[in-house]
Design a protein around this ligand. Structure first.
Ligand code: B12
Ligand code: SF4
Length: 461
């Protein structure tokens, strides 16, 4: 055994973490001698033992901040030290760790424990955290030997082979350089049909919800919303072919998986592919259930909703955000509100559960815009089952708004030390946290008054 991939918390607990599945699929098809340590699911199942029961709640707990950081460090250190000792004394020579905004301190700490005990082990870190230089600066210089930015599947096997054979990496499609005192390899993302299918052989599948898996039919997004980081992380938008997606679905189906959640930014990035995919599922006669995100943009035919329903679509999450087309223009979001009203109704008529994402308080949102949101909801409430996400506008790290707050008239208070304080931004026109919370409260009350479920919201902001 020469390579070890580690999944750290917090990561998915209902179904296996898709990125890990993809990386394992690629290691397997490249015949790398590997092992997988799913510390996320192990710790989740042992959470009571360590007094960290609440730390996966809504995936909204930041393990790298304040009290949470202190809590896991105190309770998990003995276990992590033991694991580090085991790894250091094993034949493993290269370790891969996936890091995100929430677990980067845990990733650095664990990697540090391993390196202290065996400095010759090479630590490779990858994951969505490294997409911007700003994020690279927050990491300790020595927590890993190599930082990989971008999609890992096609590159990691080449890197492991090179490291094990102590030679330089062969082939192209990457840029190797020093950034923020770190060796950073930027992978140039390629054709996603060429990526081997995810593999879940190494997961303890009984720990997850039965028959449930994540899928990805595309990477990137056809919209460039200013508040979102996904379009910055995944560039450019690339879709898989229908045959490729169908082959993967069939493979998982044959292994007993029949509920699929598409993690795509939007399942309707390419309407033709979506239509053909649904037709392909219907033709194959496999009975599955699926759900995904849907951008309510122009040009989605009525028939598409019928085909989606027939192919097993159970729920669509519509990124409506606001009922003001003016605010959509400011957000750079390609939503067409007139079409959106129709889509919510069509989906509901076809028996698809309609979830809607709402965001209040975009920097230039005025009372008249907010009233339009309430009017939109009033007109469409008969079709809506749930507000999947209802939030005050938050500045997401790496989004356009985060990178250029002044472009949106945003002022950031100087005394902010944490993500929470960062959300106290305001504009000279009177958009304050207090106002955003009032608007949030109005939408939540609207939901309760109309029997609409409320999913993810953050009342404490
Ligand atoms: C679906 C989703 C979830 C689901 C995951 C379901 C599942 N079973 O996989 C749930 C709800 C559980 C979830 C939880 C969280 N999520 Co989330 N999630 C997403 C979303 C929408 C899609 C993820 C996905 O499937 N991507 C596809 C896979 C293939 O990509 P990937 O994960 O980035 O992995 C690739 C590369 O990063 C790299 N890579 C990854 N790990 C490693 C390791 C090594 C060694 C190497 C070399 C490469 C490598 O190769 C992978 C394959 O190409 C993304 C947004 C997006 N479009 O990516 C946000 C996103 C990943 N989530 C994010 C966050 C912050 C979280 C949370 C930490 C929440 C929080 N507390 O804030 C938690 C926990 C993170 C986790 N590890 O799961 C951020 C990460 C930002 C950052 N800078 O770290 C994103 C980018 C959203 C955003 N725009 O802010 N998430
Ligand atoms: S908010 Fe949704 S539609 Fe907009 S860029 Fe992000 S993923 Fe795409």
């Amino acid at each position: 055994m020469s390579f070890l991939l580690i999944s750290l918390p917090p990561a998915a607990i209902e179904k296996p973490h898709l990125a890990m599945g993809y990386l394992l699929g690629s290691l397997k098809s490249n015949k790398i001698d590997y092992h997988f340590m799913d510390l996320n699911i192990e710790l989740y199942h042992r959470r009571a033992e360590f007094g960290i029961e609440d730390m996966w709640q809504n995936y909204d707990v930041n393990w790298s901040e304040g009290d949470c950081f202190r809590r896991w460090k105190t309770s998990l250190s003995p276990l992590l030290e033991e694991r580090a000792r085991d790894i250091a004394g094993s034949p493993i020579r290269v370790i891969g760790i996936g890091a995100n905004r929430s677990n980067h301190k845990l990733a650095s700490y664990f990697a540090g424990l391993i390196k202290q005990r065996n400095p010759s082990i090479c630590v490779v870190m990858g994951g969505p955290l490294f997409s911007s230089v700003k994020e690279l600066h927050i990491l300790d210089d020595h927590c890993a030997d190599i930082f990989v930015r971008g999609e890992g599947e096609m590159f990691l096997p080449r890197l492991i082979n090179a490291l094990l054979e102590e030679r330089s990496i062969s082939g192209g499609n990457f840029i190797n350089r020093m950034i923020a005192n770190k060796q950073v390899i930027d992978v140039i993302n390629g054709d996603i049909d060429a990526i081997p299918f995810p593999c879940y052989d190494n997961f303890d599948i009984n720990c997850y919800r039965a028959g449930f898996l994540s899928m990805l039919a595309s990477r990137g997004c056809v919209s460039s919303c200013a508040f979102c980081a996904d379009n910055q992380i995944w560039k450019p938008y690339r879709g898989r072919s229908v045959d490729n997606i169908l082959s993967e679905i069939t493979m998982h189906y044959d292994h007993g998986f029949h509920v699929f959640e598409f993690n795509d930014s939007a399942i309707n990035g390419n309407t033709r592919v979506l239509t053909d995919l649904c037709r392909g599922i219907i033709k194959s006669k496999i009975k599955l259930t699926w759900l995904g995100n849907f951008i309510p943009r122009k040009g989605m035919p009525r028939e598409l909703f019928a085909i989606m329903a027939q192919s097993g679509c159970y729920e669509l999450r519509f990124g409506v955000e606001t009922g003001s087309q003016r605010i959509h223009r400011s957000m750079h979001k390609i939503v067409d509100l007139t079409s959106a009203e129709g889509y919510l109704r069509y989906a509901h008529e076809e028996g698809i559960h309609v979830s809607v994402n709402i965001m209040v308080g975009f920097p230039n949102e005025e009372q008249a815009d907010f009233d339009m949101t309430l009017d939109f909801l009033e007109r469409t409430k008969a079709s809506i089952e749930k507000f999947s996400v209802v939030l005050p506008f938050l500045i997401y790290p790496m989004s356009e708004v985060d990178q250029c707050p002044e472009r949106f008239g945003i002022k950031i208070p100087e005394d902010q030390h944490s993500r929470k304080e960062y959300q106290h931004w305001y504009t000279d026109e009177g958009n304050t946290l207090e106002l955003r919370l009032q608007r949030l409260d109005t939408v939540v009350k609207f939901a309760h008054a109309n029997g609409i479920q409320v999913g993810f919201t953050r009342a404490e902001f």
